[in-house]
Design a protein around this ligand. Structure first.
Ligand SMILES: [Zn+2]
Length: 163
C-alpha cells in the first residue's frame, strides 16, 4: 500500500511511480508489452499498481510459451473509475453515454479456437482485476468505492475529496 501521509501525488511523482512500475513489468514480461501503446493507453491509477502486477503475473502463468506471441496488452488505463485492461485477442471495448449513465461492453474478436479455454481464462482473470479496482482506491490502494464527483473515480474515504 502507498504511504497515506501523501495526500496527493504531484504530477511528476505520480508519473515517475507509474512509469517505473510499468517499466519493471515490461522488463519482466516483455512479450506482454510488445505492442506500442500511446502514453494515455498505458496510464493506470497509482493505487492499482499491485492489482496490475498480479494480473500480469497470473496472465503469464496462464499462457503456454508457444502462444505468448499472441498476447499483448493494448490498454491498461482508468476508464469511468475502474481499471480497463485490454489485450490483442480480448474483447474490443466500447462505451456509450446515455441518460442512465455509461453503458460499456465488449465485442469478441476472432481468435484461434484451439486455445479458446486459455483465452477465456485470461478474459476472466482480467474481469476479476477490473472488479477489484472498483473497490480499491486509485490513489493509495486502500479499500475504496466508486464515487461520482465531477468524474467517476474509485477512492477511499481519505481521498474522497480529491476530485
Ligand atoms: Zn486512498
Amino acid at each position: 500500500m502507498i504511504d497515506h501521509s501523501i495526500s496527493r501525488f504531484d504530477d511528476d511523482a505520480r508519473c515517475r511511480l507509474i512509469d517505473g512500475h510499468m517499466a519493471e513489468l515490461r522488463q519482466r514480461y516483455p512479450y506482454q508489452f510488445a505492442q506500442e501503446m500511446l502514453d494515455f493507453m498505458l496510464d493506470p491509477e497509482p493505487g492499482w499498481l499491485a492489482i496490475i502486477s498480479t494480473l500480469c503475473r497470473d496472465v503469464d502463468a496462464l499462457i503456454p510459451v508457444e502462444v505468448r506471441p499472441q498476447f499483448q496488452w493494448t490498454q491498461i488505463m482508468e476508464k469511468f473509475g475502474t481499471l480497463r485492461a485490454s489485450w490483442s485477442l480480448g474483447p474490443q471495448f466500447f462505451d456509450s453515454l446515455s441518460s442512465g449513465g455509461v453503458l460499456s461492453g465488449g465485442l469478441p474478436r476472432e481468435r484461434p479456437a484451439a486455445y479458446e479455454p486459455i483465452w477465456a481464462a485470461i478474459d476472466q482473470r482480467i474481469a476479476a482485476a477490473t472488479a477489484e479496482s472498483a473497490k480499491t482506491c486509485g490513489e493509495c490502494g486502500a479499500l475504496g468505492i466508486l464515487r461520482d464527483l465531477h468524474e467517476l473515480r474509485t477512492l477511499c474515504d481519505r481521498h474522497a475529496d480529491l476530485v
